[in-house]
Write a new protein. Structure first.
Length: 267
């Protein structure tokens, strides 16, 4: 019997929830299912996994690289009022409570941590905001890469960097698990809303089985047991999502990649 292989390319603080989702989807389809770590986008290019929990930016970039490489199955709706019962999320710019900055503009000259290069909420959306302002990353005094949202949060709390942009879903989970975090951090800017990271199928998953996986995901949250499985991950339910939802991300990517280097006028 075929085993459905899911991969998590998102923050590890969602692994336990995604494990429950994968097991429940497998149970509903009568198929064994397992969750593996997403370690390289080559897993998607080579279709060595069937389904992935994936950031929107690599989704857009991979389809630009090879149309049809991935197919959208569903997207989560998060369980907080700010998400307006839609498959949206934000990028929250955080500083320590004792940081004097009160806006993104006041972070000029401050140290900054990106998540990873291919992160929309933890890297690209900040670059787009700088582009919109007519700035480059030299706006910050120092830029580093943390390797992950949770590590970015840790570095800001520890005072190792002064600010970072964090996936609002990841930050929400961390706040639930660490109630003292609100006394340590403050949000000074919010980018978004944006289309939330989707669940996608690779070329290895037949269309008919992909449709069944999508239907099983959409059925989660319709009963008390599956709602209880989703709740720790702040997910209300999964819904279908169209490729057009990521067109704004494509527009932003095109704007940033076409931007000429900034011209600096000597003072």
């Amino acid at each position: 019997m075929r085993t459905l292989v899911f991969a998590n390319f998102l923050a590890p603080n969602m692994t336990s929830t995604y494990t429950d989702v994968v097991q429940e989807v497998g149970r509903r389809l009568g198929l064994p299912a397992t969750l593996v770590e997403g370690v390289s986008l080559d897993q998607l290019r080579q279709a060595t996994v069937d389904v992935a929990f994936l950031c929107g930016l690599p989704y857009v970039r991979l389809l630009k690289e090879q149309p049809g490489m991935l197919r959208l199955l569903a997207a989560p709706v998060l369980d907080e009022p700010r998400y307006r019962d839609r498959p949206l999320y934000f990028s929250d710019v955080i500083v320590r409570q004792d940081n004097p900055s009160r806006s993104f503009a006041e972070l000029r000259g401050r140290s900054w941590a990106h998540n990873v290069e291919d992160s929309y909420s933890g890297c690209f959306v900040t670059r787009y905001e700088l582009h919109r302002m007519g700035e480059s990353e030299s706006f910050f005094g120092r830029v580093t890469y943390s390797g992950g949202h949770q590590e970015s949060i840790r570095r800001v709390v520890a005072g190792e960097v002064e600010a970072s942009a964090i996936d609002s879903h990841v930050l929400g989970i961390e706040r639930v698990r660490n109630p003292g975090l609100d006394q340590q951090l403050r949000v000074v800017a919010v980018f978004g809303p944006s289309a939330i990271p989707p669940v996608v199928a690779t070329a290895n998953l037949p269309d008919d089985l992909g449709a069944r996986v999508a239907a099983a995901l959409a059925a989660l949250g319709d009963d008390p047991a599956s709602r209880a499985q989703l709740a720790p991950g702040m997910i209300r339910r999964y819904v279908p999502i169209a490729d057009e939802a990521y067109d704004e991300m494509r527009r932003m990517l095109d704007a940033v990649e076409r931007r000429p280097p900034p011209i600096r006028v000597p003072a």
